[in-house]
Design a protein. Sequence first.
Length: 86
Amino acid sequence: MEAIGILYLAILFVACFVAVHAAKLAWIGFKSVRAAKAKPREEQKPEQKKEEKKPPEPVYYIVEKKRKRAKADYSAPREIKFRDDR
């Protein structure tokens, strides 16, 4: 009996998954069709020449010079004595 419940749960999940994604894709398609109708295609006129493209301007990056870390200055090691109070 538990196995049939798990099977129904899986089928319900797949059905909901498909329904949600189908609705989402339909909405995206509807918006694209509506946008295509709003903007009629403009025919390109062969007489008009495109402006000549200028070479792109060079890009300069500001880079900081890496600085060396100051060497750590350690003191001489100390001896640590622990008390034995037993």
